[in-house]
Design a binder for this molecule. Structure first.
Ligand code: GDP
Length: 444
């Protein structure tokens, strides 16, 4: 997420941090670089202009005269102003109105409405322990209703069956009645994807919204569609009252500028972000965390949130104890860690969040399939406790013994042990760079 953008910012900041004294001239030069970076990332011109005006005023005024660490001050100003740019007092989602709270999902086809709906239902169930019902009013796209049904079943979300022969209003009427009768806290309603210039379909959506009076109407938007998407939101908002945006596919490798343009251009707050295809890949939009990622500063907080949702508290406490005690990171820990990382979405998921040099996290480091995992488990089970604790002692004769016990070849064993060594090194650095704080937060 935002890899290119954050690399560029890191370089700009590194440059300015190394300068002991800042003059108006070199601040101007740095601001130009910031401008180019934003332009390349597809941030809209009006946003760039407004932002640079503020940055210029604040940095030249404050930094040159007063600060002892001008580079750091400059970075702080950029960070604060970028957060202000994407922040909104209206960004909170109202989950707690009189039940059933109704959420409506709207947007173009393929934006990620159905996927986000399921992710949202899962998120609310896990985080707030609410009773959720989902229903589709998409009687246009073949298999849209089935898609929601399959996803719901897979994730244990309550789904109300609807039929192509019904009108969206009929579906909603039944769904609301059902939600009231069965004491559901939240009803989430999916709609057919549509283009804003299809007047008839937009009118139909407007009528549906008037009928439902939802607490939230989410415009689901594919972050890869770039600046065009800004027109879509504005046009949808002419027909409907959009209360928030769910920005999807932020995990894809794209320029990322749209996230900096939306709030300023449309005045509609981003409320949630989709960061992958898996059910747990939805997050509440937190401007300061996003800006930290964009500026290459890592993001421990959202990692904690995700782990809290996806791992058992007892597991988290065990990891915490281990890290705090500073005990040796051994092969048993290695196996547990690989399994956990697999469970929360793989190394790509972690790479976006840890404040480590991403180059240190080699793609192949945690790239284990089920078969490799089984083999590694067999290898570790064939070791003595002392070998698991200190694999350095594994000489040839010990390896022969383990190989005959586990059925894996010495070559495979060497490759697993090499990967273990790399991760052990990474863990040491992680500890130095604040893993302690990370795990402290789990028990709060
Ligand atoms: P809809 O037509 O708006 O309901 O879109 P869908 O929910 O069917 O999503 C379209 C495609 O986008 C599917 O393949 C989803 O898996 C994918 N998708 C949705 N959200 C995300 C996301 O945050 N990241 C990624 N990588 N893919 C996503």
């Amino acid at each position: 997420m935002f890899t290119t953008l954050s690399k560029k910012f890191s370089k700009i900041f590194q440059n300015i941090s190394q300068q002991g004294r800042l003059t108006e001239k070199n601040i101007q030069k740095t601001l130009k670089k910031v401008q180019y970076t934003l332009l390349e990332a597809d941030v809209s011109i009006s946003v760039i202009n407004d932002l640079t005006k503020i940055l210029k005023k604040k940095s030249i005024g404050q930094i040159i005269n007063k600060s002892l660490t001008p580079g750091q001050e400059f970075i702080k100003i950029v960070q604060t102003e970028l957060v202000n740019l994407i922040n909104s007092p209206k960004k909170k989602i109202n989950f707690f109105e009189k039940p059933p709270v109704k959420f409506l999902m709207v947007g173009l086809q393929g934006a990620g409405k159905t996927t986000s709906l399921i992710k949202l239902a899962y998120f609310i169930t896990k985080k707030f322990k609410k009773k959720i019902l989902v229903v589709s009013t998409d009687t246009i796209r073949p298999a849209a209703i089935d898609q929601l049904e399959i996803l719901s079943k897979k994730s244990n979300i309550n789904f109300l069956k609807s039929y192509k022969s019904q009108t969206p209003q009929e579906i909603v009427k039944i769904a609301i009645k059902h939600a009231i009768k069965q004491l559901y806290d939240i009803l989430i309603i999916d709609t057919a994807g549509r283009l804003h210039n299809n007047e008839k379909m937009m009118q139909e959506l407007q009528n549906l919204q008037n009928y439902i009076k939802p607490t939230e109407t989410f415009f689901v938007m594919d972050s890869m569609t770039g600046q065009d998407a800004l027109h879509s939101i504005k046009n949808f908002n002419n027909f409907l009252k959009i209360s928030g945006i769910i920005l999807t596919k932020l995990d894809s490798d794209h320029r990322g500028g749209i996230i900096l343009s939306i709030q300023h251009t449309t005045k509609i707050p981003i409320k949630l972000i989709g960061i992958g295809e898996k059910i747990q890949d939805l997050q509440i939009f937190c401007p300061d965390r996003i800006i930290k990622r964009i500026l290459g500063m890592g993001d421990i907080s959202s990692l904690i949130e995700d782990l809290k949702i996806n791992l058992k508290k007892s597991t988290i406490q065990k990891i915490e104890k281990k890290i705090k005690s500073g005990k040796n990171f051994n092969l048993n820990d290695f196996l547990i860690q690989i399994k956990q990382i697999k469970k929360i979405g793989g190394i790509e998921f972690l790479k976006n969040k840890l404040p480590l040099n991403t180059q240190m996290i080699n793609q192949n480091m945690y790239n284990f399939n089920e078969e490799t995992l089984k083999k590694m488990e067999a290898m570790i089970l064939s070791m003595t406790p002392i070998e698991k604790e200190f694999p350095k002692i594994l000489n040839y004769s010990r390896k022969i013994r383990i190989s005959s016990g586990s059925g894996i070849t010495i070559q495979e064993m060497n490759s697993y042990l090499k990967q273990f060594k790399n991760i052990q090194r990474l863990m040491k650095t992680a500890k130095k760079k604040g893993f302690n704080t990370l795990f402290k937060n789990f028990t709060n």
